[in-house]
Ligand binder design. Structure first.
Ligand code: AGP
Length: 610
């Protein structure tokens, strides 16, 4: 996610700000910017690309001042360009802010403000906050009231830092959903989205909670709720070292990203669920909505984990939309001269948006006249730019090479697409409302699935030295079996295969013995009884069985060696939950084997070569 750094004190702010941003580089970003307030002027410099590009775009001698804010942007709304880079300002340049988060109602607010004469310069959601504060302030309210009033109108998430010529000796901060930490120095104060940016200066901090604001001057600070109630904040001392802070206290980025999934699944749905109508809204498809809605056949093409997400999409779309779907590895799709009609839709799925095979498949599909849509994480990536339209999954930077949070968000995006398509076809408003309700419950159920971590760790202890694993599932959970096997093999270097459970008797059952752990995804659905038969076949051959089961289901307790209970949901959303313990299993086994979890051997985060 974006990085925020702020400073107010008696030292020159610029070096503190720019070095603070460098501490946040690990988070991933596509542009950076800084704003300094000095002698009743605010100077803003921003640049697309790395922080080094920002440094080259400015003269440090001109960046004088003891009050400033800075930002590294991970684009969500609006391409990564210099214009869209933060900081953003109001019409007059008297209010300057940086923001981390997603404003859900920014279009409505922007329209209201444009009708009042505000001139917008960017495509971002962030810019509306500056104009909204300006609008409220020019009606005679105090700046603080305008600041609070604007944030009360904003729906979505924010961590923001604001400086203003209206109050040139104050630094404003507010949090709702995106972290902010305030560092306390000697007559100086630091603000950051992540303590990594400020521990070089102080380890005495307090954290803003959702709905809280801080108004900071060189003499001290006031903390309030956004409803204007004064609150006291407990000062804490940071003991973590820098490396641990960058991983938010987790030992590896992969574990951090596994535990981010309740939020990233929620972020993928943010502003996209219309619960009263029981439908979903995907603004990025607007340019191609006609073709998407009328596609007579859909192809889904991707690589690796993204391909597994596509397989789940196939089951969803065919079940609810009755449109034929064909899923293919991008590396095969691009070379086999696929038969594509001009009323076909090709969906390319890619976390990085730079995978060479997927990009080539996209171009081949366009050459053959298909409408091409993307499901992509990295905003402004090559694949995102070359599709005719698409859906960003808003999972934030995924640092661990093994894809985890991107997978669950890809499947979530496919579910949103499925509901949108199905409601245009045969799905009733009532069924849509029920499914939207289930979608709203997903983040909490993902969080509950993470509670299986303790059981999974015990299982990892027992099986960490096995040399082969088999993962079996049926229906929606068959692609989950494939993904669970991929997770294990790519970070622990143990050979693991995923199979449709019924396929076992066509060969793999010959592998079963007491040295071959078999992971079953055995949640309660229409295939449950058949999965139980498959489990019995494995047990009859002395195989060890680990079963992911629906919480409250104890039917398998006496049959299998380990059960991992997970919350239930509607079948087509169940993979978003059943994958969680399999991600954790792969992680813990890899750690126990001493593998480099975040950077596994031979692998790259984005395979930009064939
Ligand atoms: C998944 O854990 C792997 N890192 C890999 O299979 C990855 O999913 C694949 O390379 C596709 O990457 P993309 O989603 O960025 O296109």
């Amino acid at each position: 996610m974006c990085g925020i750094v702020g400073y107010i004190g008696n030292a020159q702010a610029y070096p503190i700000l720019i070095n603070g941003l460098k501490r946040l580089e690990y988070r991933g970003y596509d542009s950076a910017g800084v704003a300094m307030l000095e002698d009743h002027q605010i100077k803003v410099v921003k640049q697309v690309g790395k922080i080094s590009a920002l440094e080259q775009a400015l003269d440090p001698e001109e960046m004088r001042g003891t009050l400033g804010i800075a930002h590294t942007r991970w684009a969500t709304h609006g391409e990564p360009t210099q214009t869209n880079a933060h900081p953003h300002t109001d019409c007059q340049g008297n209010i300057v802010l940086v923001h981390n988060g997603i404003i859900e109602n920014y279009q409505a607010l922007r329209q209201m403000l444009e009708e009042k004469g505000h001139q917008f310069r960017t495509e971002t959601d962030t810019e509306i906050i500056a104009h909204l504060i300006e609008e409220l302030h020019q009606n005679g309210t105090s700046f603080e009231e305008a600041f609070r009033g604007a944030l009360l109108q904003v729906e979505g998430t924010y961590g923001i830092a604001v400086i203003t010529l209206h109050e040139p000796d104050k630094l404003y901060a507010a949090r709702k959903g995106s972290p902010l930490v305030v560092g306390i120095g000697n007559g100086e104060y630091f603000l950051a989205s992540d303590a990594a940016a400020i521990i070089a200066h102080t380890r005495d901090v307090f954290y803003l909670e959702d709905g809280e604001i801080a108004i900071i001057s060189r003499e001290g600070f006031v903390t309030k709720t956004i409803e204007n109630e004064i609150i006291d904040k407990k000062i804490e001392r940071i003991t973590f070292d820098l490396e641990r802070i960058e991983k938010a206290g987790y030992p590896h980025f992969m574990l951090k990203e596994i535990y981010e999934q309740p939020r990233t699944v929620a972020d993928c749905m943010r502003g996209r669920l219309l619960k009263d109508e029981g439908v979903t809204r995907l603004g990025g498809l607007t340019p191609i909505l006609h073709n998407v809605m009328r596609a007579r056949k859909i192809f889904i093409t991707a690589c690796g984990t993204s391909y597994h997400a596509g397989l789940i999409g196939e089951y969803m779309i065919e079940e609810y939309c009755r449109v034929p779907v064909e899923v293919e590895y991008a590396s095969e799709f691009r070379y086999r001269d696929p038969i594509i009609q001009d009323d076909n839709l090709v969906i390319v799925i890619s976390q990085s948006g730079e995978t060479a095979d997927t990009l080539a498949a996209l171009r081949e599909a366009k050459r053959k006249g298909a409408t091409v849509m993307g499901i992509v994480n990295v905003v402004g990536s090559t694949i995102a730019r070359e599709t005719h339209g698409g859906v960003y999954i808003h999972a934030g930077p995924e640092i661990g090479v093994a894809s985890t949070k991107a997978f669950t968000s890809q499947v979530t995006a496919l579910a949103l697409l499925t509901v949108m398509l199905a409601r245009a076809k045969t799905m009733s408003a009532e069924e849509g409302r029920q499914i939207v309700h289930e979608l709203e419950q997903l983040p909490d159920k993902v969080a509950r699935a993470l509670e299986s971590d303790t059981i999974v760790k015990q299982i990892a202890e027992e099986f960490k030295d096995n040399r082969n694993f088999l993962y079996l599932g049926r229906g929606y959970n068959y692609p989950v079996a494939l993904e669970g096997a991929l997770k294990l093999k790519e970070i622990s270097y143990i050979h693991a295969e995923g199979y449709p459970a019924a396929e076992m008797k066509h060969g793999p059952i010959a592998l079963i013995d007491d040295d071959m752990p078999v992971v079953f995804i055995a949640t309660r659905d229409s295939t449950y009884d058949k999965i139980v038969s498959n489990i019995q076949e494995v047990k009859a051959r002395r195989g060890k069985v680990i079963a992911v089961v629906s919480e409250g289901d104890h039917e398998l307790d006496s049959l299998v060696d380990y059960t991992i209970p997970v919350p239930s949901t509607v079948n087509f959303l169940q993979p978003i939950i059943t994958i969680i313990p399999l991600q954790l299993l792969a992680y813990h086994i890899a750690v126990l084997r001493g593998c480099d979890v975040d950077q596994p051997r031979n692998l790259a985060k984005s395979v930009t070569v064939e």
